[in-house]
Ligand binder design. Structure first.
Ligand SMILES: Cc1ncc(COP(=O)(O)O)c(C=O)c1O
Length: 365
């Protein structure tokens, strides 16, 4: 066995409930990338009772959820394949229309099939990634509105935007204003059109961004994005739902001056003890943590020494700590905050979660 990702499904359920109760809005649970590495089926089942909607990155992910749930599912990207659009009809998926190419493709398809597609219109209010540029739309709203008004071709079920920088209050508040202007021009009054904008951080930072639903992924796992969020998470009751563990498979002494792992980048300054963990960069422990990261063993921090290998990672055992082959260390989790490991790896917790590969066992409690 290599490593294990332990996932507390009850905790994810309770985080989802807390999000709903403090926003008092519908919840779109974003379960893309295998539910941020946690397992798309178990996570969708754990939040099934609480979520009003699921959102994923593509049709394949949507199909996996559809095999276990009848909830509405939004695909967060435009779909440019007739085969996939046919699946969207059959499986009742909502697709994103984010530009005129995707709009024309969907319209032509719906015209041929003589059936309306369920769509969410995405507006770009400042991220400059996906979405109709809000500024262009506001300059010339009819260029879009005229094209979407045939209900025999398109059923508009949602309008949304996305926040690139929710830590920046003035930028995000400006985005909210722009989005509101877009909504005003669109003037949808039907309760069937779901207005949504807030991802996890915007959900926490801006109640004015909650609209009809919040679109949340990361928050489900209860990991504060950085230290400054610890208190707020405690207050809200959000709890860490997962931990990555690895087993010690070898322990050996090192004489002063001996090196460890490929390229021998770490040399023992004094006689030392190294433990070899059965987890490597092919499992999701980033190589950038070589000589920078640490794991927790019996409450003690053990530094990663030498280069992280494909299948193994070496850690320095404090001299007074007794350790045996077969013991488990916490790579990140309740006692070893993921956000701090991410900082050491010069990345974000999202990347570390989604980097966990298939060969790591997911164990659900
Ligand atoms: C369009 C969109 N909405 C919502 C989310 C969820 O973001 P978070 O995981 O920060 O809640 C994402 C995730 O990247 C996204 O791309």
């Amino acid at each position: 066995m290599t490593a294990q990702l332990l996932v507390d499904l009850k905790c994810i359920y309770s985080n989802a409930k807390l999000i709903k109760s403090f926003t008092k809005r519908k919840l779109i649970a974003v379960l893309k990338a295998n539910s941020y590495g946690h397992g798309i089926v178990p996570i969708s089942q754990s939040v099934e009772e609480v979520a009003d909607f699921f959102a994923v990155a593509n049709v394949d992910e949507a199909l996996i959820i559809r095999s276990v749930s009848n909830k509405p599912i939004l695909i967060l990207a435009p779909v440019f394949s007739s085969e996939e659009l046919r699946i969207c009809y059959e499986s009742n998926f909502h697709i994103t229309i984010s530009n005129f190419s995707s709009l024309n493709f969907a319209l032509n398809f719906a015209r041929k099939e003589k059936k309306p597609l369920k769509v969410h219109l995405k507006f770009d209010t400042g991220m400059n990634r996906l979405g109709f540029k809000a500024r262009d739309f506001l300059d010339n709203p009819s260029s879009l509105i005229d094209k979407i008004k045939n209900p025999k071709l398109l059923e508009v079920r949602g309008v949304y935007t996305h926040f690139p920088f929710p830590e920046n209050t003035s930028f995000s508040l400006k985005q909210i204003d722009i989005f509101k202007s877009v909504l005003e021009k669109l003037n949808f009054t039907s309760p069937n059109v779901l207005i949504h904008a807030a991802n996890s951080m915007a959900t926490l930072n801006f109640p004015e961004a909650h609209f009809d639903a919040v679109r949340v992924g990361f928050l489900l796992y209860g990991v504060p994005p950085s230290k400054k969020w610890l208190q707020k998470f405690k207050k809200l009751g959000l709890k860490r739902a997962s931990s990555l563990k690895a087993q010690i498979i070898e322990v050996k002494p090192l004489a002063r001056g001996e090196g460890v792992s490929y390229d021998l980048t770490w040399k023992a300054p004094i006689n030392s003890k190294v433990a070899v963990l059965e987890i490597g960069y092919a499992d999701g422990i980033l190589r950038s943590l070589s000589n920078k990261g640490w794991v927790k063993l019996k409450g003690r921090e053990c530094k990663i020494i030498g280069n992280v290998c494909m299948d193994y990672t070496c850690v320095l055992i404090p001299p007074e700590l007794e350790v045996e082959v077969g013991e488990w260390v916490e790579v990140w989790g309740e006692n070893n905050p993921l956000e701090e490991i991410a900082l050491a790896a010069k990345t974000i917790p999202y990347e570390l979660m989604t980097a966990i590969s298939d060969r790591v066992e997911r164990r659900y409690i």
